[in-house]
Design a protein around this ligand. Sequence first.
Ligand code: PMT
Length: 245
Amino acid sequence: CGESGAGRLLTLTEIVVQLTAHLNSAEQCLAGKKVMITAGPTIEAIDPVRFLSNHSSGKMGYALAQAAYSAGAEVTLVSGPVAMSAPAGVTLVSVHSAEQMFNAVQASVQQMDIFIGCAAVADYRPESVQSQKIKKSPEVMTIQLTPTIDILASLNDLPTKPFAVGFAAETQNIKDYALGKLEAKKCDLIMANHVGIEGTGFGSDDNAVTVLGHDLQIELPKQSKTMLARAMISIIADTYKQRKL
Ligand code: PMT
């Protein structure tokens, strides 16, 4: 297509981002650190042609991957299916289902210093996947759903757990529900994300979050996901370093 492929020169924007990252050592707050980020949706097959999923575009997670890389980190991006290319310099692991995302995370998360769970992982999957396309019928159809494994919470079973950052996508009682997830999943930080409103959250170019920690609350107002990701990475790096002291 001429748009992508081996040997194609990076876009000017990407070249500037890469150079800025490596020339501006003052911003290298994650130098030498290994960061894993999950991004995008997962898709859970119903039959060979249908699936359950959500509206995550990957923009927030990919912006975090770019910001972490620019801050000097070695970044692994575990991503569900999205219409975006991984930022240059970032290791991409592509997955489809929650189970595949779990396996990809488990494969190398033990070597990570920081884990950021930005993916909108499906909470449920069809209990069984039909091997042939389900035929249309006039009857009401019921699909039995079973919970998926919680990737973020599963980090608590590791002998050495990385600094864990979760997201909480909520449509109501944002702070309370986010604090509940911070405790339940034993995260170090959680990004409370008010979703379901026009112009932020799923699919949009902008977002706003409240960063919540055990003794921390920082409002990051609506701005581009690129700028927001930089602010988040700076807070994550600061909190990570304080925890290590
Ligand atoms: O991708 P974009 O279009 O840019 O949109 C960004 C976003 C809205 C998806 C992102 O900012 C966001 O809020 N991501 C979290 C979405 C979500 O599924 O939140 P949750 O509250 O259901 O999950 C809580 C946390 O547990 C999340 O860190 C999630 O990654 C994790 N989780 C959830 C279920 C599961 N089975 N495994 C998990 O690890």
